[in-house]
Design a protein around this ligand. Structure first.
Ligand SMILES: Nc1ncnc2c1ncn2[C@@H]1O[C@H](COP(=O)(O)OP(=O)(O)OP(=O)(O)O)[C@@H](O)[C@H]1O
Ligand SMILES: [Mg+2]
Length: 283
């Protein structure tokens, strides 16, 4: 799921158009999640802008996470399950334990990765460590999966075709765009997006490289990635543009270059601009 939303003070994703963030106290627990828990403690930890909720189940060696998406969200978590199952042999991502669907929604159950996400209070208080780990983690993921044959695409061409389709169906609302993009109407934005920059380097992109999707161990190193529903082949700047952008709304301005140094690449303003606009028009 794309990582967006939340007020700037939340540990969330893009603040300008929606609300992802820590789950609200008293969040209802759907029946399939109770069944997975089988008597173990259940805690709602995260709610995304589409009403999807992630629950932490258990507290010890069998601790796991259940991500649930309501039917109304239009999200099929089977796509994330397929990507997790593919990626787990190459790079640290959660092991898929089970998946399911019923009339109300779909869910995936994953084994817990070690540590806490990069926007836990302790990492928000230490952005240098978190941002360095995010950059290093993204580089490691790109390197680890680089030579693997991947059945999933996140290429700009495919995303642009989807964006055009949603524009034609009236499903894009410029009012939800970042202030930097408000100067464009849909027509002009689509014209800009038609000029896809030449590929810098094709890698297997994470697909939602926002800060909350990297986990860190207590020593400040990345331990793995979650939220892989859009993983696929693309130019590495599709991830880098969003990873750097996400530092702004999670830690404040001025962390972009540290992330790029930790990744090991000089800034690329043109590709960064392009992929941020493509993201903003995305689902
Ligand atoms: N297997 C796991 N191990 C550790 N933490 C996990 C795991 N799965 C999920 N989480 C935690 O739950 C949070 C929410 O999961 P995830 O990012 O997949 O949900 P999402 O709703 O798609 O998020 P977004 O708001 O970014 O779209 C993650 O940021 C992470 O902190
Ligand atoms: Mg996420």
């Amino acid at each position: 799921m794309t990582g967006r939303g939340g007020p700037a003070t939340a540990t969330a994703t893009t603040p300008w158009n929606s609300v992802s963030g820590p789950a609200r106290p008293g969040t209802a627990i759907p029946a399939p999640i109770r069944a997975v828990a089988a008597g173990r403690p259940v805690r709602a930890v995260w709610e995304n802008k589409l009403g999807g909720i992630t629950f932490e189940v258990g507290a010890h060696a069998d601790r796991c996470f259940v991500k649930w998406a309501p039917v109304a969200s239009g999200i099929d978590l089977g796509e994330e399950a397929a990507r997790l199952s593919w990626a787990v042999s190459f790079t640290p991502v959660p092991q898929l334990l089970s998946q399911g669907a019923d009339h109300a929604g779909s869910w995936i159950v994953t084994a817990a990765l070690p540590g806490q996400f990069a926007v836990a209070e302790r990492w928000k208080a230490d952005p240098g460590t978190a941002v360095t780990a995010i950059g290093a983690g993204l580089r490691a993921m790109h390197e680890a999966t680089a030579t693997a044959a991947c059945p999933f695409s996140w290429m700009a061409e495919d995303r642009l075709a989807d964006t055009r389709q949603r524009a034609a169906e009236g499903r894009i609302d410029p009012a939800s765009w970042h202030p930097a993009h408000q100067q464009f109407g849909i027509g002009q934005a689509l014209e800009l997006l038609a000029e896809i920059p030449p590929v810098d380097r094709l890698v297997i992109c994470h697909g939602d490289s926002c800060a909350p999707n990297t986990l860190l161990t207590d020593d400040g190193r990345w331990s793995g990635h979650v939220d892989l529903g859009s993983l696929g082949i693309a130019d590495r700047w599709a991830d880098l543009a969003i990873a750097t952008w996400s530092t702004e709304w999670n830690y404040g301005p001025g962390w972009d270059n540290l992330l790029l140094r930790a990744y090991g690449v000089p800034p690329d303003p043109d590709r960064t601009r392009y992929y941020r606009l493509l993201w903003d028009l995305g689902p």
